[in-house]
Design a protein around this ligand. Structure first.
Ligand code: SAM
Ligand code: SF4
Length: 339
């Protein structure tokens, strides 16, 4: 659902193409306890030095400024793995105390959520997106380099039990790895009342292993699903949502497909991104970013920080350009940007 910015035209995060950013993605850490092959190498990455990562107070100040001065209405905490951030519940509570109160969500691999879900709900978390690419423990171990399928499944159950609703699942399919699991993953989601969305694999892995030929496209995913389910166009308006959604067997259950590469939705994008080290990015695929941490630590006032954020968004490009001959994968991988 699209939420209009409540900031006046002079305050909102608008760009030259008429888009307004109201959805802030905040990466709370670049570290992770999994090593999904499409995201990072098995040995991990050189993590950001701790002193470069924003403190809880710095995150809270920037989130507060985004909501109260720049018209942001939705906050998604991500990473890396955001459940690894010790101050997560406090950061969620600070966001929930803002007025107008933003909607608050979390993208997570759900390891540890079984323990943390009630506290996060009490702190003000509204909902979660859990990444789950396979239901087979052997494959999970091969894909994520850790034997943790059971923890993710328990995390999903705890999220639902805590009332974090809706519980969404994000799945990335890879050719010859898990592309035969489109139907089982949807069956699993339907059985448990989770909302499943498939995401096309994007060129954002640290190893630069992405290739268009190996990417399982939205069309292929839909064809596989249509082999087992009747899919019909969802009558609900899509707004700025990245997923196109279909009713499954007449509804009300739905399935989503995020065709980030083959069906780009850049024209409706309403996102702005803050990395764990305090850099603002206009797009996942930006090759430039603005150093808000430097401004913060140099004692800049809120006006100056807000203006730097607005300038970054004003310069947002019309699209991600993956299909352009000149496309350059951003130097930061997904785990360091915040997916
Ligand atoms: N660790 C958390 C998780 O996995 O949900 C949050 C961070 S992760 C970078 C956010 C989302 O990005 C996940 O749903 C993951 O599947 C997705 N992702 C990571 N690398 C990707 C890639 N190369 N292409 C598409 N999606 C990717
Ligand atoms: Fe970690 Fe999420 Fe990347 Fe997997 S996708 S390695 S869980 S940050």
């Amino acid at each position: 659902m699209r939420t209009e910015s409540k900031a006046g035209p002079e305050q909102a995060l608008v760009d030259q193409f008429g888009r307004t950013a109201v959805d802030l993605r905040v990466s709370l850490t670049d570290r992770c306890n999994l090593r999904c092959t499409y995201c990072m190498p098995a040995e991990g990455l050189p993590w950001l030095p701790r002193q470069e990562v924003l403190t809880d107070d710095e995150v809270n100040r920037l989130v507060g400024l985004a909501v109260t001065r720049l018209g942001v209405t939705q906050i998604r905490f991500t990473g890396g793995e955001p459940l690894l951030r010790p101050g997560l519940a406090g950061i969620v509570a600070a966001a929930a105390s803002l007025r107008p109160r933003p909607r608050i969500s979390l993208t997570t691999n759900a390891i540890g959520l079984a323990r943390l879900a009630p506290d996060l709900k009490a702190a003000g978390l509204d909902r979660v997106n859990v990444s789950l690419d396979t239901l087979d423990p052997v494959r999970f171990k091969a894909l994520a380099h850790r034997d943790r399928l059971g923890d993710t499944v328990k995390g999903l159950e705890a999220a639902a039990a805590a009332g974090l609703s809706p519980v969404k699942i994000n799945s990335v399919l890879m050719r010859g790895v898990n592309d035969d699991e489109a139907v089982p993953l949807l069956r699993f989601a339907l059985e448990h009342g989770y909302q499943l969305r498939f995401i096309e694999q994007m060129p954002l892995d640290a190893q630069h292993g992405w290739s268009r030929e190996n990417m399982v496209t939205a069309e292929e995913i839909l064809a596989r699903l249509r082999g087992a389910f009747a899919l019909s166009q969802d009558p609900a308006p899509r707004g700025a949502a990245p997923a196109e959604t279909w009713l499954v067997d007449g509804g009300p259950a739905k399935v989503g497909v995020i065709g980030a590469v083959t069906r780009p939705f850049c024209g409706d994008c309403d996102r702005t991104r803050l990395t764990a080290d305090g850099q603002v990015r206009a797009c996942l695929f930006s090759t430039t970013e603005t150093d808000l941490r430097g401004l913060l630590r140099d004692g800049a006032n809120d006006d100056a920080i807000a203006e730097a954020w607005r300038e970054t968004m004003w310069a947002k490009r019309p699209g991600h350009g993956i299909d352009d001959k000149t496309f350059l994968q951003p130097p930061r991988p997904m785990s360091a940007i915040g997916g």
